[in-house]
Design a protein around this ligand. Sequence first.
Ligand code: NAD
Length: 384
Amino acid sequence: MKIGVISADIASESRVALTPDAVKKLRKLGFEVVIQSGAGQAAYYADALYQAAGADIASSSAEVIAQSQIITTIHDLPAEVAEHLSAGQIVVGMLDPYRNTQLDTYAAKGATAFAMELLPRTLSRAQNMDVLSSQANLAGYKAVLLAANEYSRPFPMFMTSAGTVKPAKVVILGVGVAGLQAIATAKRLGAVVEASDLRPAAKEQVESLGGKWLDVPMSDDEAQKAKATGGYAWTPSEQYIKDQAAVVDKALSNADIVITTAQIPGRNAPRLVHAATLAKMKAGSVLIDMAAGTGGNVEGSVPNETITTENGVRIVGAANIPSMLAAQSSDLYANNLVNFITTLIAPAGDDAAANDLSLNLDMEDEIQGALAVTHDNQVRLAKR
Ligand code: NAD
């Protein structure tokens, strides 16, 4: 059975879906692998490394599709590539399911498309397939380095003969996987850190990393809702949004660095920092908006651009930080995909030959069933 790797083929993406190490693992399991020439180049994985790991090289995406039973990608396939799919083929990647406009094409072609973002994350056997966590973890770390690079003062406190340098004040809004890693990284660089999230459970995690929790008052009703959503974000009331804006406004008036990470799967990111708050921030302060690609947490942020407001505040629209750490992000992403692909294969019988792999697609399986957005000529994605 052959697995294909399609090049992302967009300037803003340097990651690759499978690495040479992943190819070795898949070869050991009995798969063949074909990769589009140059697909790993921007992550420092040249074609020769894939060949040495046992992969074939194809000159075009069409050639990869023609040869492969399972096609791996970082993002959704480009429309002209999806057109080449045929019945029974499988696509695995971050397909951005709720914004994806070509699920009908996948279904019409008879392809089974697995959107890795839909993984049931609390399921322990799914944790080694969790692409959102593997990528967000690296992104949270790198966001702090981006901020440090943009900021014209250091993060740690310095005692020098010319005077004392105060530590940077960092505020993190949204304390999921990326936010927690950002807190840990900013603390390691010597900053003073405050953080907030609409999940009250995040308070303990913030404090255990040495951060200060920014508390937004919550009604009993909201506290119940927060509990009922099992640790995931809930829809806040008008009153909560107003109270949160006041807490953010006060914290940011004093902040040097702000990192926002709040996302809502399938919807636009919540607006957490408004123009009125930006106007109160210090000249030279830096905001990294990690949700810039999905609507932005910060008013006025522009994906993949850095803008400076009239009062000298820098807003970095960091739409794809994992791509800036392409080699490591690809390693972890590829591991996640290998772990998932392994579950698509039927256990070999005692007398099966080593290369005798067969597919075991099972929409009743809680992982496959959750990830499959098209199967059997149907779109299976519930509306949000
Ligand atoms: P995410 O990228 O979807 O969002 C980042 C954070 O922003 C989240 O903590 C979210 O609560 C917060 N947020 C969303 N809207 C907000 C708002 N209006 N105001 C303030 N904060 C807001 O989050 P993520 O890192 O993907 O994590 C999502 C959830 O999944 C978290 O509860 C996390 O603990 C959980 N998780 C669980 C597992 C597991 O059980 N194995 C693994 C990974 C993540």
